[in-house]
Design a binder for this molecule. Structure first.
Ligand code: GLU
Length: 329
């Protein structure tokens, strides 16, 4: 045997030995002690008890957050009035909408079709339909709760349809459509948990998204919890599943989506806030506010709103009638 062949054979034998070790390792039992002591990963960007990040620092004038601007007659699709915000969107060829992709039932990505779907996405599609005669002419921008107001102020999106509560603080910075759904804050806990209400959360780790009204309401609670703030609502569900928080607290709509996804968690306690959802629109685009309100009125009158509600929320929450629109002018 030549020198070279001898070395090659030795190499092959060594490789075979290594393979055999690998084979036997897969069959050996796992040491559970090591596995249970592994620290569970945390979602990126987790902050415990962060400072206030919702609304504006300026004093907030009192208002009726539900009251929007009265719609005029709707122009036919594809014929938006010259000089209007809607005409600029029509000429661009697509509506730019800030939405969520992590909230099952409202704005989520269907893993089979890869499309965004949900009650909020239906609202975006009907606005696109009203402008273009085509519900698909939309460019979706996925944004977090904390990014909603800035995205509108910077003109990065035409509308935000993202489980967004109309509040007087937010009205300072942006406009809202008429209320298209009224949610309320509740709590989700592990199925085995004894917690039954917000008053039992004092000092405990509770998850909510940064920039949400949910965080503010937890802080104002008579028994304030240790708030674990994350970027996305789905991060809260993962932290609850991993035992890193004892509860998630936000709108019952978002929580209903968590319960629908995971039979190991349950909704508890009554609603302790009222969260009127409005479509966020830039402050300067009052014509767009009136247009969107016209679209919402038409959707309610035609039964489209109810069909969308039944499709996404019919199983998850009690039957609901569309909110009666209120206008400030
Ligand atoms: N509706 C609440 C809000 O607008 C919580 C929902 C959310 O942040 O997505 O802040």
């Amino acid at each position: 045997m030549s020198h070279r062949r001898k070395w090659r054979l030795a190499g092959l034998l060594a490789a075979a030995a290594a393979l055999c070790t690998a084979c036997s390792a897969t069959g050996s039992p796992v040491d559970l002690a090591t596995v249970t002591s592994v620290e569970r990963p945390q979602p990126a960007g987790v902050e415990v008890n962060p400072g206030s990040s919702t609304g504006t620092a300026a004093p907030v004038p009192p208002c009726d957050p539900n009251a929007s601007l009265r719609p005029g007659p709707l122009p036919p699709a594809g014929q938006m009035p010259a000089g209007s915000t809607m005409k600029a969107i029509q000429d661009r060829g697509r509506l730019i909408a800030g939405v969520d992709q992590n909230t099952f039932l409202f704005g989520f990505r269907n893993p089979t079709s890869n499309a965004l779907e949900g009650f909020d996405i239906d609202r975006v599609r009907e606005i696109a339909e009203a402008i273009f005669g085509d519900p698909n002419k939309v460019q979706y921008k996925v944004i977090t709760s904390a990014e909603r107001i800035d995205a509108l102020k910077k003109g990065e999106v035409d509308i935000v349809v993202r489980t967004m509560t109309a509040t007087c603080a937010r009205w300072v910075d942006i406009n809202f459509s008429a209320t298209y759904y009224v949610a309320g804050q509740r709590i989700v806990v592990d199925r085995a948990s004894q917690i039954t209400g917000v008053d039992q959360l004092g000092g405990k780790r509770v998850c909510a998204a940064k920039g949400s009204t949910s965080i503010m309401k937890l802080r104002e609670s008579p028994a304030p919890p240790e708030v674990v703030a994350v970027d996305n609502w789905s991060d809260c569900l993962v932290m609850l599943q991993q035992g890193q928080v004892v509860a998630v607290s936000t709108d019952d709509t978002i929580l209903a989506g968590m319960v629908a996804q995971d039979p190991n968690v349950k909704l508890v306690g009554p609603r302790f806030t009222e969260e009127p959802y409005g479509i966020g629109i830039p402050k300067q685009s009052e014509d767009m506010v009136r247009f969107v309100n016209g679209v919402l009125e038409r959707s309610i009158a035609s039964g489209t709103w109810t069909a969308s509600y039944n499709r996404w929320l019919g199983q998850a929450t009690e039957p609901a009638a569309p909110p009666a629109p209120r206008y400030r002018d």
